[in-house]
Design a protein around this ligand. Structure first.
Ligand code: 7TS
Length: 424
């Protein structure tokens, strides 16, 4: 087995992460990373599935529940006012994070999945007719496929798919051809969870807008790794999940352009989404409350706000630069191992390394790496159509965050060599 030192030193110094990010210091903020797994230091490389939480996020929930928790938008009493202020402040943090024009454009959801279902079942229900088309790509997560399939089945509409090349890049010429006067919406992933491809969403949005077609961007994987500006992108909808952005589970965001959200019917009915209710007539609330029926995930939203503060303090530009170098280092090291095949080799990639080891099932890779303390994901990553495109049922996937280190990449490489030894 080749030594780790050799693996590391064979990588050009230009690829080494800059000292800009004090990763050792950052790791101190993540208590979960300090543990051992099977007697080995935890190497957490499953960030695309979900990310770990800094102390500031944990503290924000503890503080809420121990000091000022109450329901929001209801009571006149002090605790309710404080909770409401913190909840609405979190909305402003999201607005600032995405550079949305107004906090009314920020709808809290359960996550990316709910955001897409919301758009499909409101905007989609309203605008899609029999024979109309919804256009998505071959590399979508199931949550940006199934809600559109359901809508198409309800409406007699057709789901069209933008093909990708062998590197895992959108074929823009094919995309152009697929945009038609029947296309009612384009749904495109910003950063693919299965391949790591960063799609040219700005260009794709421009192309769709030239034909008057709105675009929903699935930003579940993008927001923890790339600065996102919804005004610069000019996307019509942008969705993400808090838990992949170092925040809690059960909270997510739907950004929508105000002029679109204002014309959309409500998603769910109930408390908080109304101005007045009588048995004769119900008047719906203004944005964003119209789309937030029932008691929301108050703690989730507030802690998501804390997560946003945390990443903004570090700076997404710095995070992106650091992670690019980490990914390049890992990619180069993997390329040196005979029998390892990368799935997803786009020119523009971030944070995700999907791979196969000749003669070894991805689940066995995952299991052996786990014994080494290394957490990766093995499976189809809820993106079965893209697995089919590459002719594989599953891949092993290492996915990085800014708290990962070169040493952890070295541990992954050593782990992969160990897997090969076991199966040799
Ligand atoms: N879109 C993309 C691109 C995703 O990666 C995911 C989750 C979702 C949507 C759904 O997000 P949720 O928070 O609503 O579940 N992706 C993954 C993954 O790659 N491994 O586990 C979950």
């Amino acid at each position: 087995m080749k030594s780790l030192v050799t693996t590391s030193s064979s990588v050009s110094p230009a690829l080494l992460p800059s000292a800009d990010l004090d990763v050792a210091r950052i790791r101190e903020d993540f208590p979960i990373l300090k543990q051992k797994v099977h007697g080995k230091p935890l190497v957490y490389l499953d960030n695309a599935a979900t990310s770990q939480k800094p102390q500031a996020v944990i503290d924000s929930e503890v503080e809420l529940y121990s000091k000022y928790f109450s329901n929001v938008h209801r009571g006149v009493h002090l605790l309710s006012q404080r909770s409401t202020d913190a909840y609405e402040k979190a909305r402003e943090k999201v607005q600032n994070f995405l550079n949305a024009r107004s906090s009314a454009e920020i709808i809290f959801t359960r996550g990316t999945t709910e955001g897409i279902n919301l758009v499909a079942q409101t905007y989609g229900q309203q605008h899609v007719q029999p024979g109309d088309e919804i256009l998505i790509s071959e590399m979508e997560h199931h949550s940006n496929i199934v809600p559109w399939q359901m809508l198409c089945a309800q409406k007699g509409a057709i789901l069209k798919v933008i093909p990708i090349n062998d590197e895992g890049e959108i074929l823009l010429d094919e995309y152009e051809k697929l945009l038609s006067e029947r296309t009612r919406l384009v749904g495109i992933v910003h950063l693919s969870n299965a391949l790591g491809t960063v799609n040219p969403v700005q260009q794709m949005i421009e192309m769709a807008h030239q034909r008057g077609i709105p675009v929903l961007v699935d930003g579940a994987q993008a927001v923890p790794h790339i600065p996102v500006d919804v005004q610069a992108l000019d996307c019509d909808f942008y969705v993400f999940s808090g838990h992949k952005l170092f925040g809690p589970t059960g909270i997510g965001v739907l950004y929508g352009k105000k002029e679109l959200l204002e014309t959309m019917p409500p998603y769910q009915g109930g408390g908080d989404m109304i101005l007045s209710v009588s048995f004769k007539k119900t008047e719906y609330n203004v944005l964003p409350f119209r789309f937030e029926a029932g008691t929301p995930n108050i703690a989730g939203a507030i802690a998501l706000g804390a997560a946003i503060d945390y990443v903004q303090e570090i700076g997404l530009d710095k995070i992106a630069t650091y992670e690019d170098k980490l990914l390049a280092y890992a990619t180069e090291a993997m390329a040196e191992i005979p029998g390892v095949r990368l799935i997803g080799t786009a020119r523009n990639k971030a944070s995700v390394l999907s791979f196969l080891i000749e003669g070894v099932h991805p689940h066995d890779i995952g299991t052996i790496l786990d014994r080494e303390g290394i957490a990766i994901r093995a499976g189809h990553h809820c993106a079965q159509p893209v697995m089919e495109r590459f002719g594989v049922p599953a891949t092993a996937r290492a996915s990085f965050a800014f708290y990962n280190t070169l040493e952890e990449v070295d541990a992954l490489i050593a782990g992969i060599r160990k897997v090969q030894e076991v199966f040799s």
